[in-house]
Structure formats: C-alpha cells, structure tokens
Design a protein around this ligand. Structure first.
Ligand code: NAD
Length: 476
C-alpha cells in the first residue's frame, strides 16, 4: 500500500467507525428527524442548482435542460415523494395472524439496516449518487458515497454538498478510483447499493459476500424496443430518438436496439432519421454544433464505441445514418445501423452510446424469441395499439421494467419499483421500494402471557395434542 492509500484507508476506517456508532442512534430516529434531513438536502440542491448544472456540464457537456430533468428534478421529486410518505412507510404494518395462533398479534416493523455504502456510476453522476442517498436517509441509515472518478467535477460537487449538509458520522463522501472502491468494499457495511455495469456488479457481490452485506445491484444490459406494425410510427420514432440520444446514448435504460416489423421498417427508419434532424439539427448547421446534444464522457468510451461500430461494419452492417465522430471534442454523431448479425459485438454487449441498431422481424414470436435468448434486460419498450400484443409481450418476456408506447418514463414514476432482473440487477430502487432496500422488515409477533393455543402441542405428547394435530392435518 503506498502512503497515499494508507491515508485513505485510515480516513475510511475513521468514518466507518463513526457511522457505526451513529447507525445505532439512527434506530431511534423519528419521521420528523428524517424529514428534516431530507429537507436539508432539498434545500442545498435548491440553493446550488446552478453549481450542479456547471459541474455536470463540465464533465460531459450535458445540456442544461437535460441536467434539470434527469439530474436535478428526479432527485428533488424523489425527496418530495419521501417527505410526503415517510411517516406512513415507517409505521409498523399489521398483518393477520392464523387461527392456530389465536390471541397472538403480528406486524412488520421497519428498522434501518444500519451503515450503507453507495457506489455510483458516471452517466447520471448526480442523480445516481444522491437518489439512493434519499432512500438511505428515509430508511434511517448512515451512508458513505463513492461517486464515479470519471466525472470529477460532479464528484467534487457531491463532496461539497455532503460536507456542507451533514455530519460525516451520518453521511460522508469518499472520492477515488477502483482501489478506493475496493477499500470501502472490504468494510462490513449493512447494505451496499451499487449502480454500474454487470461486470463490476459481480465484483461487488463477491466482496459483499465476504461480510454477508446485503446488496442492491442496479446494472445495465441491452434494452430492446419492439415496434409493431400496428403502432403510431411517428410518435414511436420521436420517443425512441429522445430516449436513445438523451445523454448521448449513455443511459442504462436507453433503447439499446430496435426490433421493427418488416412491413413498416423502411418507413420507420426514415422517421427515425427525420427525428434526429428535427431534435438535434433543425437549422441544418451540423449536429456537432448542437448545444442540445451531450458528449461522450471520455476518450476511452469514444474508442469503445468506435470499435463497436467498425466491428459491425466489417461484419456487414450498413450505416443508415450518422457514424461520424470527433475524438478531441468527445463528439459522436447519433447513428443508426441496419443489416445486423449476432456475431457482431454491438449485438452482444450493452452499447451505452449513440448508436441505434435497427433489426426487422416478420412474426412477433420471432421478436420474443430473440429477446428471450439474450440476458434479461433492464427495460423493454413496446409500441403497439393492440392490447393482445401488449399482454403477450409482457407475459412472454422478462425485464426489470417495461413501458408501453414510450421509453424510459418509468424511471420518473416513484410509485413503481425501479430495477433489473438477474444480469440487469436485483433489488429495487425509488420511493417505497428504495426505503425497503435500506430497511430490515423485522417480523414481530406479540403473544399473550399464560395459556395460549400452542401450549397443548408441547411435550409430553399426549392424546389432546395428537387430536389437535390430526385435526390440523385433516383441515389443511
Ligand atoms: P462501472 O461499473 O464501471 O463503475 C461504477 C462504479 O463502480 C464507479 O464508481 C467505479 O469507480 C466503481 N468500480 C469500477 N470498477 C470497480 C472494481 N473493479 N471494484 C470496485 N469498484 C469498481 O460503471 P460505469 O461505467 O460508471 O456506468 C455504466 C454502467 O452502469 C452501464 O452498464 C449502465 O447500464 C449501468 N447503469 C445502470 C443504472 C441502473 O439504474 N440500473 C443506471 C446507470 C448506469
């Protein structure tokens, strides 16, 4: 360990110990106290909106309206939702007690898990660090946040937010790269909330296993979009282009690829192309001059996306539109490709960039089979006016979430649990689901004192007990 790392290690040890003590105190925290913490957070965000915009923009030129909606609003929406519902969420939930336990009472009591670690990715660097913090505070947990090192301006801003708002025994930020992340992961946190790639998700789970820490894994994958022939194609094209190229394609729930019915494929392709023009180049000055189009986070990712495209083209993919890039400006044009085959890397891994593969299908079964042969995606989108098709696709495919006739919108709906399934993650976030992720749902039974319905079953086993057991077995 080099000297710098030993300082970081010591810092982590100190914060973790302080948070362990604080976590015990937080067990007694009232809704009022937790709401006050959430209000402090909300207040800081309100006062420092402009700083948030500047930091995220500095990291990858994300347009301000996109920052306002997908970084600031989603978090303030999450905070307001938690403030409104927290008292109800925290109330013990009474559940029925079976007749055999007559006289006893049962309830679920929500206790904070304790110390938590939040590891965040770079693509929505503010939202995906502070969103989980809202759930952690609502549940009464302490938290250490490890923002992504790829977005250093936002990482520094998050540190400032936390230092100006909370005592470090309650919330702290530890900045750094993989090594720092691994030092944190060695600590016996009560819960780890990780958002990032499936590959790193496996590392997180292994590390968590050492301490049997519970985990929420918010991962990624290839989210498909089906365009049925019975759909409003213009409406679908507009929604797909917005969701795909928002944040320059660097969105976990962006439509990764499109499966469109062959009978409408050509028409849909031209509508997609027209939408790109309309949204990002209405005055025909070139998309690279658009202020409404974000940039790729760094050269490593520009290269990764370039390789995906050139591999696909070498193997026969056709560039339908776009394809240009300027590495020095981290610019990559919104791109549509067709004529795809499964041996292309772009059809194997999550694209996480502004390339949209469009594949044709002739029969819905074919599209469903195609999706089911791939790892379970984080989201699935279906555009159709046919109720029977909506029902069929929802029943016959598996995905973390699904949206009919739109894309990505479910992320903003706090009443819906957000998350993946298997390779796209497990455990759910947002609203009540987020509160539950950081809570232990403690089962509590209260029994009467003295004679109870269970006592006749105690040894020595006699005739009365046998009659009761025989009756029970017959009854059930
Ligand atoms: P990443 O997995 O590379 O990094 C995420 C975090 O993990 C970072 O803070 C990083 O420092 C840390 N990390 C990286 N390697 C590590 C290691 N070996 N050990 C310990 N920690 C390590 O992900 P990313 O590139 O920042 O984000 C992109 C991925 O995140 C995509 O797959 C995307 O789909 C996914 N994602 C998912 C959601 C969701 O809500 N499900 C949201 C956004 C992004």
């Amino acid at each position: 360990m080099n000297p710098d790392n030993s300082i970081v290690q010591q810092h982590i040890n100190e914060i973790f110990s302080a948070q362990k003590v604080q976590a015990l105190k937080m067990r007694n925290s009232t809704p009022l106290l937790r709401i006050a913490l959430l209000k402090k957070l909300l207040n800081w965000i309100k006062i420092n909106q402009e700083d948030i915009r500047r930091a995220v923009f500095a990291d990858f030129k994300k347009p301000y309206p996109e920052i306002d909606i997908s970084e600031i609003y989603v978090v303030t929406n999450e905070i307001n939702h938690a403030i409104k519902h927290l008292e109800g969420w925290m109330k013990p939930k009474k559940v029925p007690t079976p007749i055999i336990m007559l006289g006893a009472k049962s309830q679920i009591q929500f206790e904070p898990k304790g110390t938590s670690l939040i590891i965040a990715p770079w693509n929505y660097p503010f939202n995906l660090a502070i969103g989980p913090l809202v759930s952690a505070l609502a549940a009464g947990c302490t938290a250490i946040i490890k923002p992504s090192e790829m977005t250093p301006h936002t990482s520094a801003l998050i540190r400032r937010l936390v230092e100006e708002t909370f005592d470090k025994s309650l919330v702290a930020v530890v900045e750094g790269e993989i090594q720092v992340s691994q030092m944190l992961l060695a600590k016996p946190f009560d819960h780890i909330f990780f958002t990032g790639s499936p590959a790193v998700g496996k590392i997180i789970m292994k590390a968590a296993a050492e301490n049997l820490s519970s985990v929420t894994l918010e991962l990624g994958g290839k989210s498909p979009t089906i365009i049925d022939q019975k759909s409003d194609l213009s409406d679908a094209a507009e929604k797909v282009i917005y969701a795909k190229f928002l944040n320059c394609g660097q969105t976990c729930i962006a439509p990764d690829y499109v499966l469109v019915h062959e009978s409408v494929k050509d028409n849909f392709l031209s509508l997609l192309k027209a939408q790109i023009q309309k949204m990002y180049d209405p005055k025909n000055k070139g998309i690279q001059h658009s202020k409404d189009y974000a940039r790729i986070v760094n050269s490593k990712h520009i290269n990764r996306i370039k390789i995906l495209l050139s591999d696909a083209e070498k193997k026969g993919a056709v560039l339908y539109s776009g394809g240009s890039y300027k590495e020095t400006e981290k610019y990559f044009e919104p791109t549509i490709i067709t004529n795809l085959t499964e041996d292309m890397e772009i059809m194997q891994e999550e694209i996480f960039g502004p390339i949209l593969p469009v594949l044709g299908y002739t029969d819905l079964e074919e599209a469903i089979t195609y999706i089911n042969l791939k790892p379970k995606p984080l989201a699935l989108y279906l555009f159709t006016t046919e109720k029977a098709i909506q029902k069929k696709v929802l029943k016959e495919t598996s995905s973390g979430g699904a949206v009919i006739n739109d894309c990505s919108l479910h992320f903003l709906q706090n009443e819906l649990p957000f998350g993946g399934v298997k390779t796209s993650g497990f455990g759910k976030a947002h609203g009540y689901a987020g509160f539950l992720a950081f809570s232990n749902e403690k089962s509590v039974m209260k029994q009467r004192i003295g004679m109870t319905s269970i006592k006749p079953l105690y040894p020595p086993y006699g005739i009365t007990g046998k009659k009761i057991i025989d009756g029970l077995l017959k009854w059930f």
